[in-house]
Design a protein around this ligand. Structure first.
Ligand code: AMP
Length: 616
């Protein structure tokens, strides 16, 4: 007989726990679950309404927020109070978004610091995290209303290129909305899951996920090995999408009417844009569109649309080529191609992408819902519903520590699979040194000053020991969400310290690209600089140990040895003031030559003494 669990506190029937999948999109968001009866991933929608909730938040004069369709209606009339595309601001500083400030119709605050941007609405300030949390709260409320049960746990998707700060920001937004975010997963991974790729499958598959939405384009190349997902590369354009097609159609019509004053008339322009979008959608299933606007008759044929879309399409294919090159693959090595985003409904896009990859594309699942449906599948896996799938991503940039001379010591190289762990031992430079500063950097350059600082903390309370004696183990741990934890432990004393790295600001895609590019163009300089710094560090260390050694053991050295040592030390000191790496190495070696014989002799004597003293 089946058992029915009852909550004894409330007397109500205990429902099995539901974990929802959420696609928190730039333009639209939605929630999906695995349907309790059909066991199929299903997008949640109220009767007769769309599953999509526009990712728009409107604030009234009292600061009361409205989200979704209702908020979208204010985009034109109250642009300063109506926040769209908050996702583009997640984990960003003002400097990150400055170049695109013309895109936003609301006020983004530049507080002249490196902290995250804020949006100003009237006298109130909102962080992108808070703005996203309004959207998530709305999704949660709608889901609870439809499911008639509390929803507290979720899987949320993010673009594959989202960095640590952006993933953390998304997680925080969830928490603020009252959701326990069990996992942050990549959108292309979710889309693959929705097509059943990677579920209960042995073997290896390489997948291209082509995601063209309203305002953004992403191409991701994934590899699934025995159900384990790995992002091989990502590329795209964060300001390219269906909206550009709509604008191009408006321009096409305007060129025909020679109407000059239209762009001044915002309401009419908006009417034109909406009609252009209607034309575009109509032409996904028909060959001609006709309309009357502002007393003018306009038409658009699918051929005309084809030439309007062509430049945008070419740009996306260039991104695909780059993504393939970064993944070191050719098109023939791609096994499956998945279409995501409303704009992939355009037949010209589907055909061209299919031709590019030389195979039919997967387009059977609603491209607006596919990411949320995949998130629901992942949620179901986390709920323990017996599907064993592991999700793996890679780190976009190398992670490391600053070591002597400002050098970058990489612990986790770029493109490492996550979750990932690495550790290395370090030691002190000075006798009795009680603290050690651990500075964490992200980037590909040899000098930390050219990379991006993520965090810094001090390991304090190291008991007094001679230089080089403490063993400080620094460990980096990146969890499944791509969030880094750094810990340091002095192994002899057990003193330890750790932090979660929550970077102050995020990197733009352009910045990630710049950092990678710079590491290539500066590779030669970097190698030379690193070699010089290493030579200097070695020279300085030898000078200080020799000085200490001679100070302690002068009585055991001959006068000739003392003079030779003094001269070799002087020569090395002089070389260290110059930038000639070879000269420094030469003088270091010379000092070594002078000191090695007596150092060995003194050591032997010391060992001999200890042996003599040992009683058997
Ligand atoms: P998304 O950001 O994924 O919600 O995609 C929204 C974009 O898809 C908008 O630019 C829409 O105009 C576009 N879109 C939606 N349906 C269609 C369609 N049937 N044909 C062409 N574009 C569409």
């Amino acid at each position: 007989m089946p058992k029915i669990p009852i909550n004894i506190a409330t007397g109500s029937l205990q429902q099995p726990e539901i974990i929802v999948g959420i696609d928190l999109g730039t333009t639209n968001s939605l929630v999906a679950i695995i349907h309790p009866e059909s066991k199929q991933p299903t997008a949640l929608k109220e009767h007769n309404s769309a599953s999509l909730v526009p990712s728009v938040v409107h604030f009234d004069a009292q600061g009361q927020a409205t989200v979704g369709e209702a908020a979208r209606n204010f985009l034109l009339t109250e642009p300063q109070n109506t926040i769209f595309s908050a996702k583009r601001l997640m984990g960003k500083t003002y400097a990150d978004v400055q170049a695109q400030s013309g895109f936003f119709t609301y006020k983004i605050i530049d507080d002249q610091t490196d902290s995250l941007v804020k949006v100003q609405v009237g006298s109130r300030f909102y962080s992108p995290i808070e703005l996203s949390s309004y959207i998530l709260k709305e999704l949660k409320t709608r889901a609870e209303h439809i499911l008639k049960t509390p929803v507290t746990k979720a899987v949320i998707t993010v673009p594959a290129y989202f960095n640590d700060a952006q993933r953390q920001a998304t997680r925080d937004a969830g928490r603020l909305a009252g959701l326990d975010v069990l996992r942050i997963i990549n959108e292309p991974t979710a889309a693959s899951l929705a097509y059943g790729l990677g579920l209960n499958q042995a073997g290896e598959q390489t997948i291209a996920v082509y995601d063209l939405g309203g305002g953004t384009f992403d191409i991701s190349i994934l590899k699934i090995t025995d159900g384990i997902f790995e992002v091989l590369s990502t590329n795209g354009n964060t300001y390219l999408g269906g909206d550009d097609v709509d604008r191009a159609i408006v321009n096409h019509w305007l060129n025909q009417t020679e109407s000059q004053d239209l762009p001044e008339n915002k309401a009419l322009l908006q009417t034109y844009r909406l009609e252009a979008e209607r034309a575009k959608k109509h032409l996904s299933t028909h060959s001609v569109f006709e309309t009357a606007l502002d007393g003018q008759h306009h038409t658009l044929t699918s051929e005309q649309l084809g030439s309007i879309v062509q430049p945008l399409l070419n740009q996306t294919l260039d991104c695909c080529r780059q993504a393939l090159a970064d993944a070191k693959l050719n098109v023939a090595q791609i096994d499956e191609v998945i279409m995501v985003g409303g704009s992939t409904r355009m037949p010209i896009i589907k055909t061209a992408v299919g031709q590019f990859f030389g195979k039919p594309v997967h387009d059977g699942v609603n491209p607006d819902e596919v990411v949320a449906l995949g998130a629901a599948i992942q949620a179901d896996i986390l709920a323990g519903n017996n599907r064993q799938v592991l999700l793996l991503d890679v780190t976009p940039l190398s992670l490391g520590l600053e070591t002597m001379g400002g050098l970058m010591d990489v612990l986790i190289p770029r493109n490492s699979k996550i979750p990932s762990r690495a550790s290395r031992q370090y030691t002190t430079q000075k006798d009795g040194q009680s603290g050690m500063r651990i500075s964490v950097y992200q980037g590909e350059r040899d000098l930390v000053e050219h990379n991006r600082k993520l965090a810094e903390f001090n390991l304090t309370g190291i008991p007094g020991m001679p230089a080089g004696f403490p063993k400080v183990e620094v460990a980096f741990l990146i969890n499944a969400d791509g969030i880094l934890q750094v810990s340091a432990k002095e192994l002899r004393s057990g003193v330890s310290q750790s932090i979660d790295v929550q970077p102050q600001y995020g990197l733009t895609d352009a910045e990630v690209e710049r950092l990678l590019l710079e590491s290539l163009t500066h590779a030669e300089d970097d190698i030379a600089t690193r070699a010089l710094i290493e030579a200097r560090t070695e020279g300085q260390q030898l000078l200080s140990t020799t000085e200490k050694f001679v100070g302690k053991n002068a009585a055991l050295l001959t006068p000739q040895e003392l003079t030779d040592t003094a001269m070799a030390m002087q020569a090395l000191q002089l070389a260290l003031t110059m930038t000639d790496k070879n000269l420094i190495q030469e003088k270091t070696e010379a000092l070594n030559e002078v000191s090695r014989p007596y150092a060995e002799r003194v050591m032997d004597q010391a060992i001999g003494q200890t042996m003599k003293g040992t009683k058997i």
